[in-house]
Write a new protein. Structure first.
Length: 378
């Protein structure tokens, strides 16, 4: 008899994938990569499985294999005729082979896996004509939710790794990452540095739109005493030919916040920037800055290395309510506010670089593109 699972509906697929997602969340809570799976036959749940290779010291303990083992035990047969397996991530080669050996009728997965997926992304084991069994594949069910769970998990792992590599000094505070979640989609990945002599272990966060060796002209974008690098969110997408560096100065944004206000002299911040730019190998650059940044720019220009070829104070617009919330985000309580207090900021910043002003500034920079380091500025 042909091994055929009953024709499912989209609602059925969504229902069982939701159960698999619950298993994936349990895996994440246990510190495992969040992948979950379930096996269903005739509309009845036979078994569940979640990733557990770390806890079990077993490289085969993927969610799919765990679910297959439990389903085979429930049926008393290693062949799972007429069964459907739902899994939140495209199966790897090992799991795909196990499904074929189990004679599954159908596999349904959520997010594609472009690195190890064996159901079409890297290879397609289910489409091999010489194999004596063929399992039908349905892809993309609840793909967004499945993918988001994985992305959140690995983002948290990367953040934890950064914080382990750059522990917080006793004399500073670090704003919880969750405070920045409402604006994360508008920001490129953040980089951090803590090994500069002037930092002595404090961590500075920054955005680098073209990290690594590059011939692109460099633009340093400096926020004021009431903002952070988010100020330039409308500018860097308009400058694909430039390497835009947007630091969160120490005491602001996602950078560490020393508790002592006395550290926050413009000359000290400028020295941090000089050491950072030299570490990045920047030899010359242009600068755009909030009007507050004039003293910083003056020190940078006087130093001579890297060479500042132009510097412009940006035209400031009025921040809307959402942007003002972004300016407040780095300061969940008064203890985090030593830097803005020391540098004279008064309450939540009302400043912003609006899209129209950013577009005019970008056009000015792009016009200099034929000789990007040869123009002069104020």
């Amino acid at each position: 008899m042909e091994n055929i699972a009953p024709a499912p509906s989209e609602a059925d697929d969504a229902r069982w994938m939701a159960v698999a997602l619950a298993q994936a969340r349990e895996a994440a809570a246990a510190g495992e990569v969040p992948v979950g799976a379930v096996v269903v036959k005739d509309g009845v749940l036979l078994a569940t499985g979640r990733n557990s290779p770390v806890a079990t010291h077993d490289p085969t303990a993927h969610a799919e294999v765990n679910a297959l083992r439990a389903a085979a035990a429930a049926l008393g047969n290693y062949r799972l005729d007429g069964c459907t397996l739902y899994v939140t991530l495209e199966p790897c080669a090992m799991c795909s082979g196990a499904m074929l050996h189990a004679r599954l009728a159908r596999v349904v997965y959520g997010a594609a896996d472009p690195r190890t997926g064996a159901a079409g992304s890297v290879v397609d084991l289910f489409a091999q004509p010489l194999l004596n069994h063929h399992t039908r594949v349905t892809s993309g069910v609840a793909a967004e939710a499945c993918g988001a769970l994985l992305q959140d998990f690995f983002r948290g792992r990367r953040q934890a790794a950064r914080e382990t590599a750059q522990p917080l000094r006793d004399d500073a505070l670090r704003t919880p990452e969750a405070c920045f979640d409402p604006w994360r989609e508008a920001l490129p990945p953040v980089a951090t540095v803590a090994d500069l002599p002037s930092l002595a272990g404090w961590r500075m966060a920054y955005i680098d739109t073209r990290p690594g060796p590059s011939e692109a002209p460099v633009l340093l974008a400096l926020h004021g005493w009431g903002e952070w690098g988010f100020l330039y969110r409308h500018l860097w997408p308009l400058l694909p030919g430039w390497r835009v560096l947007a630091p969160d100065l120490i005491g602001f944004g996602r950078s560490d916040k020393p508790k002592r206000g006395s550290i926050h002299a413009p000359a000290w911040h400028a020295q941090v920037l000089l050491e950072w730019l030299q570490q990045l190998g920047v030899r010359q650059l242009a600068i755009v800055h909030h009007p507050d940044g004039g003293p910083l720019v003056q020190v940078l220009r006087q130093n001579g290395s890297p060479r500042v070829t132009a510097a412009w104070a940006i035209d400031i617009g009025h921040a809307d309510a959402d942007t003002q919330r972004a300016w407040q985000a780095p300061f969940p309580d008064r203890g985090h506010e030593a830097a803005p207090r020391a540098l004279g900021a008064r309450g939540v910043s009302k400043d912003d670089l609006d899209p129209a002003t950013a577009a005019r500034l970008a056009a000015r920079l792009v016009r200099a593109g034929s000789d990007p380091m040869g123009y002069s500025g104020a």
